[in-house]
Design a protein around this ligand. Structure first.
Ligand code: BES
Ligand code: MN
Ligand code: ZN
Length: 480
């Protein structure tokens, strides 16, 4: 869906979209429109179930006009507007319109942008592999604005976030035969077109520095592991940077501790953390955000093979700390541990946030609409919670501490990659494992195993990958 702005309501649109508040109070623009129709809208509404609450929608005049419920006029925050946008977008696609004009009310740019955001993201689809279907037409949604040039210019910032979310979804949706480890590395490289400095550590370089955890995870695969750093400098005057770290498992079979076959296909999206970091950096670069952010993603594929790492192995991490591997399916924390060490030692950020589809346990605990938040720094937690409220991306902090850290103590090495008993506090013990490598650098971990994917679809995403995290971090960096 493409978004445009125009002050001309008399062009040849195939659909006009008008707004109605609760108790069927017509918006100012709708009232104006209604005058030319001799009160026909109010008359039509009287004979329908439509009351103007959010979610109400009715197509009238042989689907030439769509009336949209806007709810309470004083409750139109971004999150409500995203939802309204999503409802509008879905309905335009459903009734197969291609050139719609949106004039809900005399909204300012900010409100219109929020509606556009919901409409574009809710109508996202991943259909590049469908060769037999009728080609879906591209929808143009033109939004009424008294100053269309200004609206167009300022929309760039919202569009940048939309683009970032779509990049994350597209990458996460790609199957692993196409998006191999090398292909994902190449995708990260593409950010250099936007002025981002991209550096690749390939297998040889990883061996040289001793990143043996990520090497071990990748050892059973023909597709080699990488650590990729992506440096966006939006504030040249400052040497400070924030670091964003992502788990990039292009496929997670479990390795020697192999997963059951049912649902294993979902593990093609075990690189969503890395895709999130790429999406965030794309959006920051496109909107020319005045911040410095360095992305660090650990890319690997976890496969069973004669060369695979095995349960019982002891591995020396990049940090020098030794790790006892008790389950090769707890591979994400291993990859992230080396990425965290690399970040702490080489990037030295003010704070770092990692994104990972890390544990099935977080889905059991929080479902698919709330991301698990873990941290060693309460100030950072506060910032994330504020950004969460403003972006509408829900997070919930889980506890950490000695009694959980004790559960990953190893008898023979410095730490083990499985809790004891293994399923108790599964998401927290994974977070404790990561924390062991943070060395006091302020850090937060977002376990997105549940929220990366929506089974039924949500307000701003169809069923499938959500692109969660991109809007959250854009908000966080805007606020600070
Ligand atoms: N990638 C998985 C976690 C996951 C599960 C993500 C389901 C999305 C949906 C991760 O690598 C994993 O296998 N975790 C194990 C850890 C266990 C072996 C300690 C898990 O959650 O079962
Ligand atoms: Mn796994
Ligand atoms: Zn995994």
């Amino acid at each position: 869906m493409d978004i445009k702005f125009s002050s001309d309501m008399n062009k040849n649109y195939d659909l006009i979209i008008l707004g109605v508040y609760e108790k069927n109070k017509l918006s100012k623009l709708t009232e104006k429109f209604e005058k030319n129709l001799n009160g026909l809208i109010s008359k039509t509404l009287k004979n329908s179930n439509f009351t103007g609450k959010i979610g109400d929608i009715v197509n009238i005049f042989s689907e030439k006009i769509m009336l949209v419920g806007l709810g309470n006029q004083n409750n139109l925050d971004d999150i409500v507007l995203h939802k309204i946008g999503g409802i509008i977008g879905s309905n335009i696609v459903k009734i197969k319109k291609e050139n719609a004009f949106l004039m809900l009310d005399n909204f300012d740019d900010e409100k219109n942008f929020a509606i556009a955001y919901g409409a574009v993201l809710k109508t996202y689809s991943f259909d590049k592999y469908k060769t037999q279907d009728e080609k879906k037409s591209d929808v143009i949604l033109t939004i009424y604005s008294q100053n269309p040039k200004k609206s167009n210019d300022e929309f760039i910032k919202t569009k940048a976030i939309i683009d970032g979310v779509i990049t994350t979804r597209n990458l996460a949706n790609e199957p692993s035969n196409v998006l191999t480890t090398t292909a994902l590395m190449e995708e990260a490289k593409k950010l250099s077109k936007l002025g981002v400095k991209v550096d690749i550590l390939d297998e040889k370089a990883l061996k040289k520095i001793g990143a043996n955890l990520i090497l071990a995870v990748g050892s059973g695969s023909k597709n080699p592991p990488y650590i990729v750093t992506m440096k966006y400098t939006g504030n040249k005057k400052s040497k400070n940077t924030v670091a964003l770290i992502g788990k990039g498992l292009c496929f997670d079979s479990g390795g020697i501790s192999i997963k059951p076959s049912k649902g294993m296909d979902e593990m093609k999206s075990d690189m969503t953390g890395a895709a999130t970091v790429i999406g965030i950096i794309e959006s920051l670069a496109k909107k020319k955000a005045g911040v410095n952010v360095t992305g660090v993603i650990g890319i690997a594929e976890n496969m069973p093979d004669g060369a695979s790492y095995k349960p019982g192995d002891v591995i020396k991490s990049l940090s020098g700390k030794t790790v006892e591997v008790l389950d090769t399916d707890a591979e994400g924390r291993l990859v992230l541990a080396d990425c965290i060490t690399y970040t702490v030692q080489k990037i030295k950020p003010q704070f770092m946030i990692d994104f990972a589809t890390l544990t099935g346990a977080i889905i059991v605990a929080l479902g698919d609409e709330t991301t698990g938040l873990f941290s060693n720094d309460e100030k950072l937690v506060e910032k994330i919670k504020i950004a969460s409220e403003k972006s509408g991306e829900d997070v919930w902090q889980l506890p950490m501490g000695k009694k959980f850290a004790d559960m990953v103590k190893s008898d023979i090495a410095d730490i083990k990659n499985l809790g004891e008993p293994s399923r108790h506090a599964g998401s927290i013990t994974a977070a404790e494992f990561l924390k062991f490598f943070t060395e006091g650098t302020p850090w937060a971990h977002l376990d997105i195993a549940g929220t990366a994917w929506t089974t039924k679809g949500n307000d701003i995403a169809p069923k499938g990958m959500t692109g969660v995290g991109v809007a959250l971090i854009n908000k966080l960096l805007e606020e600070n």
